[in-house]
Write a protein that binds this ligand. Structure first.
Ligand SMILES: [Zn+2]
Length: 180
């Protein structure tokens, strides 16, 4: 049988408490704990009442909170969750601009400056119309990542400027081009 460990911050006893820098922490306290031992020490010196955390505790267990938190951090670091978007490669779990990253910039510029239909532009670049719309709306190209319906700063190199991206978003909206 596993030993119940008392959370160093709130005192909650559970077999599920995890060790962080050899300090046992409950799911809730672990989720919000800092990443360096120095900061952790300060964090742990501030005690909280475990009863006050109970509503969070039920939620954390239900949602697998620590894993989710980890995924947000990964997404924010620009770590790739599935496939690299058009114009990027994945190297060592990071997004790196690919040889065709220039083509992404061309697509944005052509869409903005030229009177060309989405169909023609997509054919020109060997994409489907939906694929093209995904490219034109993809925050990855300005160095951001979307995760859990939120936009986070990524760790990867942007391919296009925020200004160009915003102009394209405005034009998409002006033309009433819906998301797929
Ligand atoms: Zn705790």
């Amino acid at each position: 049988m596993q030993e119940k460990k008392e959370c160093t911050k709130c005192g909650f006893e559970s077999e599920e408490n995890i060790l962080k820098f050899s300090m046992p922490l409950c799911l809730v306290c672990a989720t919000f704990s800092p990443k360096t031992p120095e900061k952790l020490e300060a964090y742990l010196s501030e005690k909280v009442n475990q009863e006050s955390l109970n509503s969070f505790r039920a939620y954390a267990k239900l949602r697998g909170f620590p894993q989710k938190q980890g995924m947000v951090e990964k997404a924010s670091n620009g770590n790739v969750m599935s496939r690299a978007p058009f114009g990027y490669n994945i190297e060592n779990k990071k997004l790196i601009p690919a040889i065709n990253s220039n083509e992404v910039r061309e697509i944005f510029e052509e869409f903005l400056k030229e009177k060309i239909s989405l169909r023609k532009l997509s054919q020109k670049h060997n994409l489907s119309v939906n694929g093209l719309k995904k490219v034109l709306r993809n925050f990855t190209y300005i160095g951001k990542v979307r995760f859990n319906k939120q936009i986070h700063n990524g760790n990867h190199e942007p391919i296009i400027s925020t200004t160009l991206f915003n102009h394209v978003q405005n034009k998409l909206e002006r033309l009433g081009i819906k998301k797929n």
